[in-house]
Design a protein around this ligand. Structure first.
Ligand SMILES: C[S@@+](CC[C@H](N)C(=O)[O-])C[C@H]1O[C@@H](n2cnc3c(N)ncnc32)[C@H](O)[C@@H]1O
Length: 339
């Protein structure tokens, strides 16, 4: 594939600045400099407030100003519009939890050189979920930050019949289930996830007691759990297949089919690559993210998902783009269990 990127050493300097910018932003979100900077403050005041070093705070805040996340007037720093909108805790568009998760998983990127030799993560997702203190909470809240728009879109596209029963496999924060329940007052949802994740899910669902009353939490490992037999109208696999190998994904799809009633539908939602696997850029980079912290995950093509679905006995496959306007747009594939 040809690219029109300039052939210049400056391009390489830009890439190096790219990782520095990303790390600065992730650390700033992690220690949450943005919520207090709704009011202009000096570096010394920020250091006192966050109980951190004043010299380091000044260097960090200057860099955040240089890259456009803060404004500086005299010695006072304040949020630039992008930070005010997306990085202040409590704002509807808050993305800070997702950046906190990216900061925590940065250590997995530190292992990347070794992952290339090994063919998979040095410290896989299980390590982060089960053994890394505090990771699960940031990971699950971080998923919710990016799920709300796509969840509403998918619920509208799927248009389930009244009274439908949904199984949400690897449900995480439950954002997708909640979107379905919000749009369909008679629907109910079962959220399957690891027990450690469900502790976080339970706390997040408590914010929506009306909807939570129509949910059931089912603890289990999706790699070997029985999903049920002929019980559900809809099974959703959202952003879990990229964490897993083709073998695990085929099992997830076959088990989903067993859990569905005749005429029921499976929805696979994920980032997907074009057949050449190099477009879109987000998908190609996300595949490396998976290489860094999963055993067998990567970004798959829509054709691969369609092949697994047909092999498992799904038909009438349809494909829809999701969040097309965004950098991290995704796709869904819907398949029907005929009998
Ligand atoms: C990337 S998150 C996706 C969450 C949600 N489906 C979404 O789209 O926002 C992956 C989810 O899979 C869950 N998960 C990972 N391994 C699992 C396993 N072996 N069994 C059950 N759930 C698992 C994680 O706890 C997490 O909630």
């Amino acid at each position: 594939m040809k690219t029109s990127a300039p052939v210049s050493p400056d391009r390489l300097i830009d890439e190096i600045m790219g990782y520095r910018k990303a790390k600065i932003l992730m650390v700033a979100a992690y220690i949450d400099v943005f919520t207090p900077l709704t009011t202009p403050r000096t570096a010394a005041a920020m250091a006192r407030r966050l109980k951190l070093d004043p010299r380091a705070m000044e260097i960090l805040l200057d860099a955040l100003t240089a890259i456009g996340y803060l404004h500086k007037r005299g010695r006072l720093y304040a949020n630039a519009p992008i930070s005010a909108r997306y990085l202040v805790r409590g704002k509807p568009g808050y993305m800070g939890d997702n950046l906190k998760y990216q900061e925590m998983i940065w250590d997995a990127w530190g292992d990347l050189r070794h992952s290339i030799g090994k063919g998979g993560a040095v410290r896989p997702l299980e390590y982060w979920l089960l053994r890394h203190k505090g990771f699960t909470q940031e990971y699950i809240k971080g998923m919710d930050n990016i799920a709300r728009g796509p969840a509403a879109e998918i619920a509208a596209l799927a248009a389930p019949a009244p009274g439908s029963r949904l199984l949400d496999v690897g449900a995480g924060p439950g954002t997708y289930s909640l979107a379905f329940l919000r749009a369909n007052p008679e629907m109910s949802a079962t959220l399957l996830d690891l027990p450690s994740t469900l502790k976080v899910t339970r706390r997040m669902l408590a914010e929506f007691p009306g909807l939570a009353a129509r949910t059931r939490l089912k603890a289990g490992n999706y790699r070997d759990a029985c999903f049920g037999r002929g019980e559900y109208d809809l099974v959703l696999l959202s952003h879990i297949t990229h964490d897993e190998s083709p073998e695990v994904n085929r099992r997830l799809i076959e088990e989903s089919r067993r859990a569905l009633k005749p005429g029921g539908k499976i929805i696979i939602h994920d980032f997907m690559l074009e057949p050449d696997r190099v477009r879109p850029v987000f998908g190609a980079l996300f595949s490396v993210h998976m290489l860094a912290y999963t055993e067998g995950g990567r970004t798959y093509t829509a054709g691969e998902y369609a092949g697994w679905l047909r092999r498992a006995g799904f038909s009438r496959l349809t494909e829809h783009p999701i969040a097309v306007e965004s950098r991290n747009s995704s796709r869904i594939l819907i398949g029907v269990k005929e009998k």
